[in-house]
Design a protein around this ligand. Structure first.
Ligand SMILES: [Ca+2]
Length: 561
């Protein structure tokens, strides 16, 4: 169970890293603008596209690896969409154990395309714009007849400014179809968690600043909150995503210093200026951050193994009643507490808000709060669909998936079967989903619907997501805390032009390598923090200012879109 959870986490994290570390797009801004509806029209789109036998549509995308589902064709929501649209999907992607990006990149390079193709175009040299120019991807928005077949998709773009800016290229091109969020609150899907029972035992308040957290971690270290008479507590821990050199718990602390871990951001003192964590105030904030974390590390407040252990090793410490504070997802509250309470009935993880640092502002480490779309990763219609004569069916199917009806099928399955609607109009899971004797609802639901994962053309249902992810009081409360963080550092979904994307990737590969080689060393003391200015100079030599300028131009265009 733990193993499969980490597998799923690892996949989710990889997707997450592509999104935040990728060179092209990122999310959107301003809660207000995404409010309201995805009007769109469903007229005509619920009709099957053809009479007679179903139209075969080939679709390249990876297979799932859920406890309850290993082939998309078996999912109730897929079968229902196939039936309603009279299509027969032929999913040709690799199994979940394979490297999807590598497999899909090979397919693109070989020119062997399916009708529909799922891909993160950050990984295409020159991005989506270049893939269109190269004749692989159909430019749907450039063709009035095609556009007319997608009233739901283009209706959402017309009615929701934030989503339109996120998913279109600078010239208004719309050719990639992804999940979109009308409720940005869903973006508050991770943050710090802490042992409330340890705080209570040591008579401590929940910390809101880095200074208060320092005091709490010292008390965790010295006060024997797990009560075994040994000084074995690990106040703060982290883990290394294999191959990713990515540290989640540390990321959650970094934002307290007005900087965001490994991604372009807005300057804390100039809301119009694009910056990077190493270049904000010429490295001053970065230096403050590593100086503090180095102090914590040397005082054994941070796990000595934080930067080398894997997720399973971290998890074993957490469920072994040893860890006080770390990065968590909503489902962790239930998973960790259930495990801990077998031996410690009072164990309770609760969420912590984003910490305030020297500036006294609780900056959000999570840019998902301002990004209403996975705008570089999604499904495109290919030139192969033109050759196969399936374009019309492909467009209508995608548009149906974006419709309220199609999105509801993806989020909840089939009414009367997997969910019912109560007298208040709220959807409720039926017992076959919620009360399976073998599986938790979090697992069982995947056989029928996909409420907690994106990756398909759909309008995300916040309610369906919350019904699975926020199913404990602790996760609900944490979600509210994380949502309140200050998002002023977070950039929206930005899309570099094809030439910008090539230049950016060239610079940032070297910059990221230089920083990742030193970042952990600064914390663990293997490199003195007084050498941060040398790293800043090295990054400038490698062209970080130019990379920031490329993003700046892109952001300026976004603001005018
Ligand atoms: Ca102890």
């Amino acid at each position: 169970m733990r193993r499969s959870r980490f597998l799923i986490l690892a996949v989710a994290l990889l997707l997450f890293i592509f999104t935040i570390a990728g060179c092209a797009q990122q999310g959107t801004t301003t809660a207000g603008t995404t409010k309201g509806t995805t009007a769109g029209t469903t007229a005509g789109t619920t009709q099957p596209t053809t009479q007679g036998p179903p139209t075969k549509i080939s679709w390249y995308r990876g297979q799932p690896n859920y406890k309850a589902l290993t082939n998309w064709k078996d999912a109730l929501w897929v079968k229902t969409i196939e039936k309603n649209m009279n299509v027969d999907f032929d999913f040709q992607g690799p199994p979940a154990s394979d490297d999807y990006n590598a497999a899909a990149s090979l397919m693109l390079a070989s020119g062997t395309l399916t009708d529909l193709f799922f891909y993160n175009f950050n990984n295409y040299n020159g991005g989506l714009a270049q893939a269109i120019q190269d004749g692989l991807v159909l430019n749907v928005s450039a063709n009035a007849a095609y556009k007319a077949m997608m009233p739901n998709w283009f209706g959402i773009l017309a009615s929701n400014e934030a989503i339109r800016r996120s998913v279109t290229l600078d010239d208004g091109t719309s050719a990639l179809f992804c999940h979109v969020d009308e409720n940005l609150k869903r973006g508050a899907y991770w943050g710090l968690g802490i042992r409330q029972d340890w705080l209570t035992k040591l008579k401590l308040q929940s910390p809101t600043t880095m200074d208060e957290l320092y005091t709490v971690l010292k008390a965790f270290r010295d006060g024997d909150p797990n009560g075994n008479g040994k000084k074995d507590e690990i106040p703060f821990t982290d883990w290394n995503l294999a191959g990713g050199l990515f540290y989640f718990s540390t990321m959650d602390l970094i934002s307290a210093y007005g900087i965001l871990y490994q991604e372009q951001q807005l300057n804390p003192n100039d809301s119009k200026k694009v910056d990077y964590w190493i270049t904000v105030n010429n490295g001053e904030n970065f230096q403050q951050m590593v100086t503090t974390l180095n102090k914590w590390y040397s005082e054994k407040l941070i796990d000595p193994e934080a930067y080398t252990q894997d997720g399973a090793a971290q998890d074993a410490k957490v469920t072994g009643d040893l860890v006080g504070c770390l990065h968590v997802w909503p489902s962790n509250f239930n998973i960790y507490d259930t495990s801990l309470r077998k031996t410690n009935a009072n164990a309770q993880f609760v969420g912590l808000p984003a910490m305030k640092g020297p500036a006294g502002i609780a900056y959000s480490p999570n840019a998902a709060l301002v990004r209403p779309a996975a705008s570089t990763e999604g499904t495109v219609v290919t030139s192969q669909a033109v050759k196969n004569g399936t374009v019309e069916t492909c467009l209508k199917v995608i548009d149906y998936m974006m419709s309220p009806e199609g999105s509801t099928i993806q989020a909840w399955g089939v009414e009367g079967d997997t969910y019912t609607v109560d007298s208040n109009g709220n959807k409720v899971w039926t017992d076959k989903v919620a009360k399976d004797p073998e599986m938790l609802i979090n697992d069982k639901v995947n056989a029928y619907a996909l409420p907690t994962f994106g990756g398909w053309p759909k309008v995300f249902s916040y309610e369906a997501w919350a019904s699975i992810e926020l199913n404990t009081p602790e996760s609900k409360a944490a979600h509210e805390l994380w949502y309140k963080a200050d998002t002023r550092l977070c950039l929206p979904n930005l899309t570099l032009s094809s030439t910008e994307a090539v230049e950016y990737a060239k610079i940032m590969t070297d910059v990221k390598t230089a920083i990742s080689e030193s970042f952990v060393k600064f914390i663990t003391g293997q490199r003195p923090v007084t050498e941060v200015p040398d790293l800043v100079a090295q990054c400038k030599d490698l062209g970080i200012d130019k990379a920031n300028q490329l993003y700046q131009a892109c952001y300026d265009r976004y603001m005018k879109k």
